[in-house]
Write a protein that binds this ligand. Structure first.
Ligand code: HAM
Length: 409
């Protein structure tokens, strides 16, 4: 009978991870986690919902994320809350809340989960998407910047994903303000010709004009001063050292002095891994140093660095490198064989994914069901097999058929 009740769709820009996609998703999480653990990271989970002020103070009021893209609302207790648009802020909030800034020492944590940004959905850009991220606290040494980049490279290599690494240094509280002043002065000659957004950015955070996507702005800004030419001694020497370490380890990169990142908390190293195979939303991972962020959130000054990979974008590129696991189908040709088949199936499940069909059928029907289920091995038992204590098997990929002793199955 037809039902007139309107069906409900998922929200725009939000999608289910279907039963077909989930295997790849879990495969990614498992292997990325394993690599992160080898690099000394432990798993951490923070809430999806946080106080809105957390993101205003970290991601920054001048960012598009805070300005336009927050899933923000007042909850029933009149608290101004927000679905997390990214993972770093919550992790830093946790670090400060647990007073680890006062305890000192180093901390390395990884996380994964959904993030929410009210963006205009398109290929590779969702309103709910998933990130896999890592954050490090308490290490100022630039070798750690290189280590983080190596870790991402290791994950991308594992999944055989090609990439271009874009690298920049955003300076520090010493050299960045001077650079900004210089940039604004330089732009003042032609600022009327820049787009409306750029004119707003000039007031809120001038370096944001550098990654404006409007072509006319890009042309006008071509000859404007570069941060990489304005670094103080300490930032310059760290940036030079970082490039040296990457060279030494065979990691190629492009210095992109317009790479400012979409979040306000970065200083010194900033980077993005991009792919030219997934269309315009080409950034598969991004991150950098955020040595002032712990202070911005009320903690004691502590160095920080991290990154996040966009899982949906990455999975577009992951070819199932993993060998497919066996999936065994067990069926019976007659009712009396079911007891034995039931026993064998339960034994087989200890090592292998196994499906048992309870209804007795002929060979052809069993093969049909097995194929639909995606099984690659079919094992059937009938009266003959019962009497000889064997089981008939067919590998649906190689087409090889054999009767084997049940003990060897
Ligand atoms: P982000 O560059 O904003 O950095 O995001 C990291 C990655 O998440 C991007 O490179 C992209 O692959 C993915 N991503 C971002 N927005 C979307 C979207 N709307 N749809 C699909 N994928 C998306 C951060 O979030 C920082 N918290 C990274 C970080 C960690 N920096 C230091 N620690």
């Amino acid at each position: 009978m037809q039902n007139n009740i309107k069906t409900i769709q998922s929200l725009r820009g939000m999608k289910d991870i279907t039963a077909n996609e989930s295997e790849l998703f879990i495969y990614f999480i498992e292997n990325a986690s394993k690599i992160a653990k080898n690099y000394g990271f432990s798993y951490i989970e923070t809430p999806l919902l946080e106080e809105t002020a957390l993101f205003k103070r970290s991601v920054g009021e001048s960012s598009d994320i805070v300005n336009k893209e927050m899933y923000q609302f007042i909850d029933k207790g009149q608290n101004d809350v927000c679905l997390r648009p990214e993972g770093t802020a919550g992790v830093v909030r946790h670090f400060v809340e647990k007073k680890l800034d006062r305890a000192g020492g180093t901390y390395k944590w990884y996380y994964f989960g959904p993030m929410f940004r009210y963006e205009r959905p398109q290929k590779g850009r969702l309103r709910e998407f998933h990130q896999f991220g890592c954050e490090v606290f308490g290490i100022e040494n630039v070798y750690e910047d290189a280590n983080i980049i190596m870790l991402i490279r290791e994950i991308l290599d594992f999944f055989e994903i090609g990439f271009t690494l874009k690298l920049n240094s955003l300076g520090c509280s010493d050299c960045m303000p001077k650079y900004k002043e210089n940039l604004v002065k330089n732009i003042s000659n032609f600022k009327e010709k820049l787009c409306e957004d750029c004119n707003k950015r000039l007031v809120t955070n001038p370096i944001r004009v550098l990654d404006c996507k409007v072509e006319a702005c890009q042309n006008l800004l071509k000859d404007s001063p570069k941060i990489t030419d304005s670094l103080c001694n300490s930032c310059y020497s760290d940036f030079t050292k970082l490039k040296e370490i990457l060279d030494f380890n065979g990691i190629s990169y492009e210095v992109d002095s317009n790479l400012v990142r979409g979040l306000d908390y970065y200083n010194k190293t900033a980077f993005e891994f991009v792919s030219n195979e997934i269309g315009s939303q080409s950034a598969i991972a991004g991150g950098g140093r955020y040595d002032r962020l712990v202070e911005f959130l009320g903690g004691k000054s502590t160095a920080g660095i991290g990154f996040a990979i966009g899982i949906e974008r990455l999975l577009e590129l992951v070819k199932m490198k993993k060998q497919k696991d066996d999936f065994v189908y067990i069926g019976v040709l007659d009712e009396i064989s079911l007891n034995k088949a039931f026993l064998i199936a339960n034994k087989k499940r200890k090592t292998t994914k196994t499906y048992l069909e309870y209804t007795p059928r002929g060979f052809g029907k069993h093969f049909g069901i097995a194929q639909k289920l995606g099984c690659n091995i079919v094992a059937l038992i009938g009266e003959n097999e019962l009497n000889s204590n064997t089981i008939y098997t067919k590998n649906l990929e190689t087409k090889e058929e054999k009767n084997i002793n049940t003990g060897d199955f």
